[in-house]
Design a protein around this ligand. Structure first.
Ligand code: LCS
Length: 397
């Protein structure tokens, strides 16, 4: 079924071709195979030379994984996608594929901790320079661009403080300076249901599919989406040669299964986040709430322009700082104290000591991540139960 004209939920269930499925099974089968059989040497040679379609070896392609790639490309409205065994696999393969020694990268200052670590301490070991700026103001990008800038990297909404970056403004600023600059956007927090960075001007969209795309806390995976030609480079250089971070067919099956319910899950995540935010705004022990849907959020206007709704992630500071925040987290019972996000369970964590412990205290301050910030991933439970758990936790502070 070709589904370009249908709604998001329909595409998430039916999108792409059913050609991976010779027996007519409803779901794409799990092709649990490392290698694929050639009819003869001539055919094997042609496949390696790229002169004949067909599978060779699962590091280069696998039918179950290909079905996932096709579905996510459709949802992100890009020509192609490549799947990886983690979000970090996707991010590093994309960056290796763009930046070589002598190149310059401009990255936003607020990023998931391991993405920051790769850009700050990883790729910089190989002759690539990285400038971190606050991309919520495009004037900061304008000042940071250089003749050798190859890539602009951002997350929006950003992990963990939900900062929002105006995607069309950033893409326009960079592409006006040099149309060859690749704009890479991590769309993990929003998912393609809430936001599509490619039609807004980005060249590459990356995901930790570990989160909402899979949605059930049982897989680590990543995806990169973009133009078919560049995705070929990402597959045959970034993935095949540089990282080897190949997704397994069983994980691909689970993510395809999760994506079928992405729209209904995201609606419920958003409903629950909004109700939790309303509660936190009323809770006298809360100092500040971070949620892009709030009119007082500094980037609310940009969020309104580019997002369908404002997502299931939120953050807050408790009066009394880090000690009070930790006291709250230690006393929750329904809300689970764990990193990761986008699962059925409401997950809470302390970024400064957990997901963002790769930043120094000074770097966290520069990234507008307060030492006491608490991050919450609104789950799919009944909202009154989540709020009752928070209420009993606040009572213990
Ligand atoms: N991008 C974002 C925005 C993320 O939040 C994460 C992981 C990654 C990329 C990396 O993906 P992975 O390799 O883990 O699939 N974020 C995590 C977090 O906030 N808690 O635990 C992991």
């Amino acid at each position: 079924m070709k589904t370009a004209a249908t709604g998001f939920g329909t595409q998430a269930i039916h999108g792409g071709e059913r050609h991976q499925n010779p027996c007519g099974a409803l779901n794409v089968p799990i092709y649990q195979n490392a290698t694929f059989v050639f009819d003869n040497c001539h055919q094997g040679g042609k496949r390696f030379a790229g002169e004949e379609k067909g599978y060779i070896y699962s590091r280069l392609g696998n039918p179950s994984v290909a079905a996932l790639e096709e579905r996510v490309a459709l949802l992100e409205q890009t020509e192609a996608a490549v799947a990886f065994s983690s979000g970090m696999g996707a991010i590093t393969a994309v960056i290796w594929s763009i930046a070589a020694a002598g190149a310059h990268i401009v990255a936003d200052i607020t990023l998931y901790g391991c993405t920051f670590a790769f850009l700050e301490h990883g790729i910089t070991r190989y002759g690539v320079e990285v400038t971190f700026v606050d991309l919520s103001d495009p004037a900061n990008l304008q000042r940071a661009l250089r003749e050798n800038t190859a890539l602009v990297y951002m997350e929006t909404p950003a992990n963990p403080n939900l900062k929002v970056i105006d995607i069309p403004a950033i893409a326009a600023t960079a592409h006006k300076y040099n149309p060859k600059i690749m704009i890479v956007c991590d769309n993990t927090f929003a998912t393609p249901y809430l936001q599509r960075p490619a039609p807004l001007g980005c060249d590459v969209v990356v995901h930790s599919a570990t989160k909402y795309l899979n949605g059930h806390g049982d897989v680590i995976a990543g995806l990169a989406c973009g133009k078919a030609e560049f995705m070929q480079t990402v597959r045959f250089f970034g993935l095949k040669d540089m990282t080897g971070a190949v997704l397994g067919p069983f994980e691909a099956f689970l993510i395809l299964r999760g994506i079928k319910t992405l729209e209904v899950r995201m609606e419920r995540h958003c409903d629950n986040a909004e109700k939790i935010v309303e509660y936190l705004l009323r809770q006298p022990k809360v100092e500040r709430v971070y949620y892009p849907g709030l009119a007082e959020h500094p980037n609310h206007a940009a969020a309104q322009k580019q997002m369908r709704r404002f997502g299931g992630m939120l953050a807050f500071e408790v009066k009394g700082g880090r000690a009070a925040g930790e006291k709250l987290l230690d006393n929750l019972s329904l809300c689970v104290l764990a990193v990761s996000l986008g699962d059925a369970e409401t997950l809470v964590e302390h970024p400064a000591s957990m997901t963002h412990s790769t930043y120094t205290p000074e770097e966290l301050e520069a990234s507008c991540v307060p030492a006491g910030l608490v991050r919450l991933s609104a789950g799919l439970e009944n909202p009154e139960d989540i709020i009752a758990d928070l209420e009993q936790g606040f009572a213990k502070i």
